[in-house]
Design a binder for this molecule. Structure first.
Ligand SMILES: Cc1cc2nc3c(=O)[nH]c(=O)nc-3n(C[C@H](O)[C@H](O)[C@H](O)COP(=O)(O)OP(=O)(O)OC[C@H]3O[C@@H](n4cnc5c(N)ncnc54)[C@H](O)[C@@H]3O)c2cc1C
Length: 303
């Protein structure tokens, strides 16, 4: 089984998430070749074939040109799977490649087993198992769902270029609006999940964050409900954090949340359900009602 993995550069730097593609291929037990539109001054630690195109001439992002480069590599590699990260780059480019090749695409894969792929459904409350009948298949994988694999070594480079044209031009990146909190720098984060029950309970979680000298985090439903500002959201559509201490209050541990916080040094989870998935990444799981446990802990810390 062969995979062609489409890595990513941003602002001239190789993205660490490129190594999740290698972790995915490893789980499939597949051979891999990597494709990057970047520069030879920033090569991945990877001992296999690297199809490399120059971002200076193709643009760091240009869906028309990048698609042509990928199709060129597909012709040379004839892979079973063409694999993208489920990022803004991948979710824009993958369907263009699948449509050009007239093959199936499976998006946002969170697990792979026995030739089928699992994707979330019902707002990530359930999982669906999918198989394709087309020979070659385009896949996108969810951030954080597969381990980072950095095999080391130097790639064998095959240069790619395109003479194609595009109606699009990559202009550059614009920094996101300044946020009222930078969770990326916080050493302690106390996160409110849907299990806190209602907006009026947010100050209880905030009080624990303050008592610990940390910042308030939030899961997506808490942000979507308008209980906490989006700048506090942790996860794939929020911030990726790696504090020394992460306290998850009434957070179930959905894959999209875990992707944003599982690199924290120490994870304390408070959940009334002893089987909540957050328990799989937590160093300590306190099985308790969060609205009883958190005020008691804050009071102890104040003494
Ligand atoms: C494309 C996409 C992107 C997403 N991006 C993100 C993201 O960036 N961040 C994110 O967080 N989510 C994201 N999600 C949503 C994600 O799939 C989950 O739905 C979400 O993380 C669940 O949030 P939660 O854990 O707060 O709520 P729930 O899943 O509802 O969990 C609540 C938990 O609280 C516990 N609980 C309930 N009452 C109590 C109590 N009294 N005391 C103690 N425990 C209690 C329950 O046992 C449960 O485990 C995304 C989803 C999609 C589809």
């Amino acid at each position: 089984m062969k995979t062609l993995l489409i890595g990513e550069y941003r602002d001239g730097k190789l993205l660490e998430s490129t190594y999740e593609l290698l972790g995915f291929a490893d789980q499939l037990g597949a051979e891999s070749a990597l494709l990057l539109v970047g520069s030879d001054s920033q090569l991945p630690a990877y001992p296999g074939t690297l199809y490399l195109a120059d971002a200076a001439s193709c643009g760091e992002y240009n869906p028309d040109l990048h698609k042509q480069l990928i199709l060129d590599a597909v012709q040379q590699e004839n892979p079973d799977y063409i694999v993208f990260l489920h990022s803004s780059y991948g979710w824009d480019l993958a369907p263009r490649v699948a449509a050009s090749l007239k093959v199936a695409q499976i998006s946002e894969i969170i697990a792979a087993a026995d030739g089928s792929f699992e994707v979330g459904c019902c707002n990530a409350k359930m999982r669906r198992s999918v198989k394709t009948n087309s020979g070659t298949t385009v896949l996108t994988i969810q951030a954080g769902a597969f381990p980072v694999l950095q095999p080391g070594g130097s790639p064998t480079i095959k240069k790619l270029s395109t003479t194609g044209s595009s109606a699009l031009e990559f202009i550059g990146y614009e920094p996101a609006e300044k946020k009222d909190v930078d969770l990326g720098k916080a050493e302690i984060i106390v996160t409110a999940g849907r299990g806190i029950g209602k907006k009026d309970n947010v100050p209880v979680i905030l009080a624990l964050a303050k008592a610990l000298g940390g910042e308030l985090g939030a899961s997506r439903p808490v942000v979507d409900a308008g209980w906490v500002e989006h700048s506090h959201q942790v996860g794939t559509t929020g911030q990726t954090v790696s504090p020394k201490l992460y306290v998850a209050c009434g957070v179930s541990g959905a894959i999209q949340h875990l992707a944003g916080m599982k690199k924290s040094d120490f994870i304390l989870a408070i959940n009334k359900d002893k089987d909540a998935p957050i328990g799989e990444v937590a160093d300590v799981l306190v099985v308790a009602d969060v609205m009883q446990f958190v005020p008691a802990l804050t009071a102890k810390l104040a003494k």
